[in-house]
Design a protein around this ligand. Sequence first.
Ligand SMILES: N[C@@H](CCC(=O)N[C@@H](CS)C(=O)NCC(=O)O)C(=O)O
Length: 211
Amino acid sequence: MSGEIVLYDYWRSSAAYRVRIALNLKGLAYRSVPVDLTKGEHAAADYVALNPQGLVPALLIGGHLLTQSLAIIDYLDAAHPAPRLIPADPAGRAETLARALVIAADVHPINNLRVLTYLRREFGADDEAVNRWYHHWIAEGFNALEGGAPDHGLFGGAAPDLADICLVPQMANARRFDLPLGPWPRLVRIDAALRALPAFAAAAPDAVRPD
Ligand SMILES: N[C@@H](CCC(=O)N[C@@H](CS)C(=O)NCC(=O)O)C(=O)O
């Protein structure tokens, strides 16, 4: 069996961005297979055969085809423990997962492409309404995270953890949709520190965007 790691990826997907960051932090080389969401390639039969949910990312690793970015990162953390992305101690683990899930469970799913498309198609939402929706749910999540964010260092302290990995792609989405970030100075500081790290910089949409 080939030891190659294959990431079914889309440069602008924030869930795939999380996995790219985690792979880079773990020092795991991978081959990216683009699944172009704008062309509907995620709904094509060959991709749905791999990932019945028809979402990116999916990761082929060690003979397993894994889906769901947080499950993938949990697998990577279990199979390749250094550096740890989810703390081993139960309280630290719960704290990190809670922060990550504010973004991955409470913000990102309701701002996803298919949800925005549904708002437009089924409820006649125009660009302004979709933007308001998008901003509102990010603000809810960022308000929750800002309150408990550290004054210094990262969510993970000296080294990035899963919450840091979820924050950076969500901040990228916020900037992409022109959400002013002034209300969340701690998140802005953490995001800037993270984006300066090579593992994060190499995973950024503009760094992986196909020509
Ligand atoms: N909870 C999933 C979300 C995956 C997901 O929603 N991916 C988006 C791109 S960021 C997607 O494939 N969207 C396609 C669509 O909405 O039609 C994960 O964390 O992997």
